[in-house]
Ligand binder design. Sequence first.
Ligand SMILES: [Ca+2]
Length: 343
Amino acid sequence: MRYKILWVAILFHVLFACGQAMAIGPYTDLGDGTVTDAGTGLMWMQETADINADGNIDDNDKVIWINALSYCENLTLGNHSDWRLPDIQELRSLVDYNRYDPVTDPFFSSVPFRYWSATTVASNTEEAWGILFKDGSDVWSNKSVPCYVRCVRSGLYGEFRDVPLDFWCYDYIRQLYAAGITSGCGNGKYCPENLVTRAQMAVFLERGIHGSAYVPPNVSGAVFLDVDPEHWAAAWIKKLYEDQITSGCGNGKYCPEDPVTRAQMAVFLLRAKHGADYGPPSPEGTFNDVPMSYWAAGWIEQLASEGITSGCGNGNFCPEEPVTRAQMAVFLVRTFNLNFNLN
Ligand SMILES: [Ca+2]
């Protein structure tokens, strides 16, 4: 019984310790003197600030607090100029409690001495918080004491906090946002892996057709049996119907909560782009999994010949697969030629 308790204790310790260790990073070395931390979404200077720019980090690179602030604010590194001195919580996020002397991941090459944070001590504004990177302890010092500096910026994520800068279609989501076609899925997120519903598709398409500022007229009566006039997208769906981009999903319904399939998307996009009267050329059998007899074959092949899709790999199109919001960003940007000059 005693051993059982011991083993449970050890197991808890291992689980807890592993959980702590995983909170550090993972880091990505961007190769330009900067490191991103996927855990916190922060970008860091890889090296301790070489204040006097002599190529060495030594006592001469310690500065008083006010100079630490201004050094970071004036820093340009990795093509970014929005650097700042980290606050105490941000600075502590670099501390790996499994390490000692210094306590940071080896590629940060920290000096085991005090680093400034931007956080002033609440009880004495002549003092500010810092961290001793030998053991990770919080220390406060008078702001006139010279300490080392490592600057930070909040640059790992762009417009949405669930779409990192190195996300596979970051540029497309950014374009879609800049065009005003999406403002995300709420709480600062874009929800790239969520499936696009037919209700959301109505909004995407109508904004693509009529512009980002477009607001559809209010609806009084229902157009589709399954779209209540109170539904959040009722006006958009009605306008999509009036624009003759959709006739619904059959039996007088629109199926607003169903995911959009890739085949449906092909029809939606081409009608939105070319007008309600548009019809594609006859299919020629471009994709292995889209026989010429398939109901949307012509649409799908036209989507490919316009460069909006190249399929889902291996010569297939995956017509019955749903579309994620990330994928839809790519399709919409290509369909409506959204090409803002973003820097
Ligand atoms: Ca130096």
